[in-house]
Design a protein around this ligand. Structure first.
Ligand code: PGA
Length: 263
């Protein structure tokens, strides 16, 4: 039985002082209402706050992730951060190939593949982001786009490597726009992605793969989205930097997890 993983992508928001405050608020909310045993809560603050965050989160069920990494181990790559640095700062997860990185920093599927590979080498769980633009959806090419992204991201991965990856389906037109995919639209693409991973590997691997939805997931739509059979969590942007909203989405995840376990 797959669990539910809810990850907060803080993007370029909150300096170290504000991050500490937000983390305390989220952690104390979680102490009051513990996540269901199958729900994992992750926060991904900007790099400067990671080391402090991992200290603040000692004893909390909240887990830590980063928003990006470089694909080399070390060396002359000014401004970059390596997988081993993220591990040393307390991270267990790292977002790879977010559409903002693809759009503004020209990351392509080959770079996503190298980054995910490096994350895995260092024991980080890569959250690989895929998703179509509005133009691509309207042209009817959503599945073709997602297929290309998934094939590129998993290129050359062994079964063992693939089994250690998480995927986030994030339709670009839903990110930061307040325009969410309907639960049915999300479910359709999630089922397609699961079938793809089954084709690439096998049905056991596909059945265990965590596939998150991202794109304007908010307290008022989270439960319905997370209740879909193939939606195994959320990658949350805007609502993750407001403690009350993130906690409310986690409460929805608890309810969805309970319902899925009873089904
Ligand atoms: P959003 O961002 O929730 O603000 O739409 C999601 C994401 O970019 O991961």
């Amino acid at each position: 039985m797959r669990g539910i993983v809810v990850a907060g992508n803080w993007k370029m928001n909150r300096d170290v002082r504000a991050a500490a405050e937000l983390l305390r608020d989220i952690a104390s909310g979680l102490a009051a209402e513990a996540p269901h045993s199958s729900v994992t809560a992750v926060v991904c603050p900007p790099f400067p706050s990671l080391a402090l965050a991992s200290e603040l989160l000692i004893g909390s069920p909240l887990r830590l992730g980063a928003q990006n990494l470089h694909f080399e181990n070390d060396g002359a790559f000014t401004g970059e951060v390596s997988a081993s640095m993220l591990r040393a700062a307390g991270c267990d997860f790292v977002i790879v190939g977010h559409s903002e990185r693809r759009q503004f920093f020209h990351e392509d599927d080959a770079i996503v593949n190298r980054k995910a590979r490096k994350a895995l080498e260092h024991g980080l769980t890569p959250i690989i982001c895929v998703g179509e633009t509005l133009e691509q959806r309207e042209a009817g090419s959503t599945e073709a786009v997602v297929r290309t992204q998934i094939h590129g991201a998993f290129e050359g991965f062994s079964r063992e490597q693939a089994a250690a990856v998480m995927i986030a389906y994030e339709p670009v037109w839903a990110i930061g726009t307040g325009r969410t995919a309907t639960p049915a639209q999300a479910q359709e693409v999630h089922a397609f992605i699961r079938a793809l991973t089954s084709e690439l590997y096998d049905s056991d691997l596909a059945a265990a793969m965590i596939i998150q939805y991202g794109g304007s997931m908010k307290p008022d739509n989270a439960f319905e989205l997370l209740s879909q059979a193939d939606v195994d969590g959320g990658l949350i942007g805007g609502a993750s930097i407001i403690a009350g909203q993130f906690l409310s989405i986690l409460a929805s995840a608890n309810r969805a997890a309970l319902a899925k376990h009873q089904a």
